[in-house]
Design a binder for this molecule. Structure first.
Ligand code: 4AD
Length: 463
């Protein structure tokens, strides 16, 4: 009788190194695939390579002995850092360090490194500035593996929390003729065929107005997607293309969005800390400003914020000698310097600033009873600055029209948005959360260009 050959299992490195069930593969022949990260030869001629397949932070060691591998000399010459391979062998626990490793019995090379001298990713340290120039290859480094896994988890858990709370995802458009914020610098779409849309068209700066339209029916809605800003902000905290999560909630007020922001961040941080612990720890260890016990993450999980009004913030800043007295006036924007002082020196905590002056905020925000301020929040984190901006929306047509006029905007352009106030208007509120700013905070990296796959910023489109 023809005995069926037992298929050898292909196991991801994560399952070999971290899975509680990995005991079931111990002393068994398995297969795994990945890229070589290091290669060294022992004094007695054994080759040790470490491979990684991106499924987790740590590499898997492969032990290669001459007598076990067919065509050994030829193969060993060809493999080096960066090569992609398939390994077959016995999974063993290393007696010294108790880590799993594979004693290879077969090695197949899938992709060689054609010109090793020209391959820019080596096992040595590369600066983040250097890696930015080769953004198509930087995912191969340990650091970008960790960042990418954390980013993926963050977006997943943000979705998960909102879905659990019965929010509906609305895919708001990227092409638009409308400026959500009123006076943003937008990227204009050029098309060979002139007047494709018969209107000036841009890349959107925010999906908020579209979300408002859906919240006026589905009540609780959100989006996560790329938005575009053409400001020439060449800073460590600004991108020309970044990802934003926005929520919009019918029948809600400022208190509701403060609570939602705090709960959403607390939930997703808690999950990420559990699921991406190794990655977070690794990045924190690498950072120049290591944070003891990952306290920054725990503070957000424990919802430690100071909630304070803009008026009170101005009073605090006025008393501070480090700021020029005549520069601190009611009506100014809270700058980076002020944010840094407040979160890192004065309160030493994340802060939520409420009720900013009407004249420095967009037309859609609801005016407070004092007529001078609007019902809004900025959430500001130590070292990062603003991560969330939100507000109650002006839901009465008369007041909205007054704002449109005061901000010198064209009423005609906002025709459909105004109609939301004409037909069954409701009090509603929402906020926008900058995904990359949150990632900077979690990963403790200080340049926003390193927490997005292919960063776009002035003079850099990459590809
Ligand atoms: O405060 P912003 O501009 O708010 C809006 O766009 C609202 N329409 C959102 C809403 O209420 N639905 O942006 C929201 C967040 C900021 O708090 C910040 O975290 C991030 O987006 N952000 C940027 N991130 C990276 N690069 C930039 N150029 C950013 N500008 C804003």
């Amino acid at each position: 009788m023809n005995k069926k050959k037992k298929k050898i299992k292909n196991i991801k490195i994560y399952n070999i190194l971290n899975n509680k069930n990995n005991k079931k593969y111990e002393n068994k022949i398995i297969k795994t695939k990945g890229w070589i990260k290091t290669k060294r030869k022992s004094k007695i001629g054994i080759i040790f390579i470490e491979i990684n397949d991106g499924s987790c932070l740590n590499n898997l060691q492969i032990v290669i002995k001459k007598k076990k591998i067919k065509n050994y000399n030829n193969k060993i010459k060809k493999i080096n850092n960066g090569c992609s391979i398939i390994i077959k062998g016995k999974l063993k626990k290393n007696k010294k360090n108790l880590k799993y490793e594979i004693n290879a019995i077969k090695l197949k090379i899938l992709g060689k490194i054609k010109n090793a001298k020209k391959y820019p990713i080596s096992p040595k340290y590369h600066s983040l500035e250097f890696l930015r120039k080769i953004s198509h290859l930087r995912p191969r480094t340990k650091i970008f593996g960790a960042i990418s896994r954390i980013r993926s988890s963050l977006i997943f858990y943000l979705h998960k929390y909102l879905q659990k709370k019965k929010f509906f995802l609305i895919n708001t458009p990227i092409l638009t003729s409308l400026d959500t914020e009123g006076h943003s610098k937008m990227f204009k779409i050029e098309n060979k065929k002139k007047n494709f849309f018969n209107k000036k068209t841009y890349l959107t700066v925010s999906g908020q107005l579209n979300l408002e339209s859906y919240s006026c029916s589905l009540s609780k809605v959100y989006n996560i997607g790329p938005v575009f800003r053409a400001e020439n902000s060449n800073t460590k905290k600004h991108l020309a293309e970044f990802w934003m999560l926005e929520t919009e909630i019918a029948f809600s007020n400022l208190k509701n969005i403060i609570n939602l922001s705090k709960n959403l961040l607390s939930y997703s941080f808690k999950k990420i800390l559990k699921n991406n612990y190794e990655d977070i720890l690794f990045l924190n260890e690498k950072s120049n400003n290591k944070i003891k016990n990952l306290k920054h993450i725990k503070n957000i999980i424990n919802k430690k914020y100071i909630i304070i009004s803009y008026n009170k913030i101005i009073k605090i800043l006025k008393k501070e000698k480090i700021f020029k007295k005549n520069k601190i006036k009611w009506g100014i924007n809270i700058s980076n310097k002020h944010e840094k002082f407040l979160t890192e020196k004065y309160f030493k905590k994340a802060i939520i600033i409420k009720n900013f002056p009407k004249k420095i905020k967009p037309f859609y925000m609801k005016t407070n009873k004092d007529k001078k301020t609007v019902s809004c929040i900025d959430i500001i984190l130590p070292k990062i600055g603003e991560i969330i901006g939100g507000s109650e929306r002006e839901y009465k047509l008369k007041n909205l029209d007054k704002n449109i006029k005061k901000k010198l905007l064209k009423k005609k352009k906002y025709k459909w948005y105004r109609e939301l106030r004409k037909f069954g208007t409701i009090p509603h509120s929402g906020f926008g959360l900058g995904i990359e700013r949150i990632l900077m905070y979690i990963t403790n990296l200080n340049n926003i260009r390193d927490v997005i796959a292919f960063p776009k910023y002035p003079n850099n489109i990459n590809f």
